[in-house]
Design a protein around this ligand. Structure first.
Ligand code: ADP
Ligand code: MG
Length: 275
């Protein structure tokens, strides 16, 4: 890195030379972090489900969160979304500490999640499922009495359904969708709340190979406008999607790095060989 910069400065004709006065000012080149946890700890009685978890996620990144069963992955998501109040530590989202805020307040701050267990309304249509989520985004409910505002909500619900590959299924009952389609509908429900940070808990669990591929494509597509945290057991999926991966083990961060670094890490290999 240093060598590279020095070489640039020796060639004043090159555009890179213009950057030289900024050398040694890392904040100008470091990506802005959208999420930062500091010492996040959750205790259930004597058990620390999360123990002093500190991590930073730059805006726009897809971050994989992996680790054996019971490592604290879902607990981490529960804290981020307000389902659980951490015992201690901070969760800085967009510069604000959101630790311990209730779920509806956090949702308004633009964090959404899909659950490990599908969480749709089976007796409602596909469109209704997304419309209801989309409406919750609008603070002023009376606004929806106006025909135009209602039509806008329907339009954006349809756009979300197209994003998650469910165009043409709007009037189906959610219960009648295949398992894979239901999981993608759940991502649609989360997207309808217009999140900046989307937490996906095992989005491909129980999917066929073809459904898994389609969901990976879908996640890549929606990631263009979002920061995504993804808990995933399928190593091929997470290694292919994530830019960086955090490994949790017994509630602690065991390793952080690129997929290649994580795969080569002996401590990570040991944890996965044991399970
Ligand atoms: P993961 O999602 O990585 O499989 P979890 O976050 O679900 O792990 O669980 C982490 C640990 O915390 C586990 O030992 C689990 O049994 C425990 N745990 C999770 N939720 C609760 C709870 N509500 N009460 C007591 N223990 C819990
Ligand atoms: Mg879990």
């Amino acid at each position: 890195m240093a060598t590279h910069t020095r070489r640039r400065s020796e060639r004043p004709g090159e555009p890179g030379a213009l950057l030289d006065p900024l050398q040694g000012v890392p904040t100008l080149t470091a990506p802005l972090s959208i999420l930062k946890t500091e010492g996040l700890t959750v205790r259930f009685g004597g058990l620390a489900a999360l123990n002093n978890v500190s991590l930073t996620v730059p805006a726009g990144e897809i971050r994989g969160i992996i680790g054996p069963n019971g490592a604290g992955k879902s607990t981490f998501f529960n804290c981020l979304t307000g389902v659980l109040r951490p015992t201690s530590g901070r969760i800085i989202f967009n510069g604000e500490d959101i630790a311990g805020l209730p779920p509806h307040t956090i949702s308004r701050k633009a964090i959404a999640r899909s659950y490990q267990i599908t969480n749709i309304l089976p007796g409602a249509t596909v469109l209704e499922n997304v419309r209801i989520a989309s409406q919750s985004r609008h603070h002023n409910w009376s606004m929806l009495r106006h025909h135009r505002a209602y039509a806008d909500v329907i339009d954006s619900a349809r756009a979300v359904l197209a994003d998650v590959g469910l165009a043409g299924k709007e009037e189906e009952l959610a219960a009648n969708l295949s398992h894979g389609e239901q999981r993608n509908l759940e991502i649609g429900i989360a997207l309808a709340t217009e999140p900046k940070l989307l937490c996906l808990d095992e989005p491909t669990a129980g999917m066929s190979v073809a459904e898994t591929h389609a969901t990976v494509d879908l996640i890549r597509r929606i990631a263009r406008d979002l920061t995504i945290l993804i808990v995933e057991h399928d190593m091929e999926v997470v290694m292919g999607l994530a830019r960086t991966i955090t490994v949790l083990n017994y509630g602690e961060v065991l390793a952080d790095g690129t997929p290649a670094e994580i795969q080569a890490n002996p401590r990570v290999q040991e944890v996965y060989l044991k399970t």
